[in-house]
Design a protein around this ligand. Structure first.
Ligand code: ADP
Ligand code: F6P
Length: 335
């Protein structure tokens, strides 16, 4: 039997720990006797030809000294045209002609949709039906992938946000101010909820919970103020937004000086935490194990703390469940 060849790419928003997952795929693949290729700049790399800029064969040392690096050494990109079937065919043809029959896609659920489309693209090559086996590995700081209770990058992003808000608290406290801080999470309030609890935020606004400014912000600040507190932190998820207007409203309504801070992309960078390095290593390894068993259209996930895998269709049909219990705990104790 000919030597198996697989490839790996990172796609969508980068996340700390993507390098650890990439490293695990390369090392696990080589240890199982496979050729392993790195594809640069997500799905774009598949569309722009067989050059060193787009694809390179990896060896054990190609991934040395990267486990602690933020960002992604494979670079990442968004590639709108990959949604077109003719473009997916071109990508499948490129991989198959290079002898690559397995692909690990590290990214979010958009990237998984691309992986599903690619693996469902069957080509007739010299009378033989061929396709590329694809496996998804969840990598995004938002933790917004329904099928997995954890996504690579989340822990690092939360800890970065935590450190930043702790600093903001120092200055808010010194001035008796209210600081309104926006953290990332376009559709998902997990970063806001977790960091909000960890910094003792007086109010936390997330896209999953319908809010009312008077009830969920103003009344909470007033109640806390009455017990002697003179500075306040309000954590707002990006999906709720409006932090500058909210700070102005708090100032006008309560006469408390307020400042707004948008943390932004600082949360996407930095050296991955131990948790992200370890989970990424486990998930990358699992993806290679699946390809080694000729499995396709699966997503590596964490369920009940264990690394396992799910059918990609089932995974993409799942709906995220927001942790309301944790939200209620936060609302009760952050006063
Ligand atoms: P994430 O993977 O973080 O969710 P995006 O939603 O931006 O990020 O998706 C990343 C990339 O995945 C897109 O730029 C596109 O190349 C590919 N992609 C997303 N949705 C689809 C789809 N329905 N079909 C094919 N490719 C897709
Ligand atoms: O990685 C996820 C995320 O950080 C979202 O929270 C945010 O909305 C988005 O990516 C921004 O990504 P970009 O600036 O790369 O478009």
């Amino acid at each position: 039997m000919s030597q198996k060849a697989i490839a790996v790419l990172t796609s969508g928003g980068d996340a700390p720990g993507m390098n650890a997952a990439f490293r695990a795929v390369v090392r696990a693949g080589i240890s199982k006797g496979m050729k392993v290729y790195g594809i640069y700049r997500g799905y774009n790399g598949l569309l722009h030809g067989d050059s060193e800029e787009n694809i390179q064969e990896m060896n054990l040392r190609s991934v040395s000294e990267i486990i602690g690096n933020g960002g992604t050494k494979l670079y990442t990109a968004r590639c709108k045209e990959f949604e077109k079937p003719e473009v997916q065919r071109k990508a499948a043809e490129f991989l198959i002609k290079k002898g690559i029959d397995g692909l690990v896609v590290i990214g979010g659920d958009g990237s998984f949709r691309g992986a599903r489309a690619l693996s469902n693209t069957v080509l007739d090559i010299d009378g033989e039906k061929k396709s590329v086996k694809c496996i998804g590995v969840p990598g995004t700081i938002d933790n917004d992938i329904a099928c997995s209770e954890y996504t690579v990058g989340f822990d690092t992003a939360m800890n970065t946000a935590l450190q930043m808000i702790d600093r903001i608290r120092d200055t808010a406290q010194s001035h008796d101010r209210c600081s309104v801080v926006q953290v990332m999470g376009r559709h998902c309030g997990d970063i806001a909820l977790q960091t909000g609890i960890a910094v003792g935020a007086t109010a936390i606004l997330v896209p999953e919970v319908k809010y009312n400014i008077e009830r969920d912000v103003i009344t909470r600040i007033v109640k806390t103020q009455k017990t002697g507190k003179q500075h306040f932190i309000v954590v707002v998820a990006e999906g709720v937004g409006g932090v500058r207007d909210l700070a102005k409203y708090i100032e006008q309504r309560l006469g408390i000086e307020a400042r707004a801070t948008i943390l932004g992309h600082v949360q996407r960078g930095g050296s991955p935490t131990l948790r992200d390095r370890v989970v990424a290593s486990q998930m990358g390894y699992k993806a290679v194990e699946l390809l080694d068993h000729d499995v396709t259209n699966r997503v590596v996930v964490m369920q009940n703390g264990k690394i396992t895998d799910l059918d990609i269709n089932d995974a993409l049909n799942m709906e995220r469940v927001f942790d309301e219990e944790l939200y209620n705990i936060a609302m009760t104790i952050s006063i």
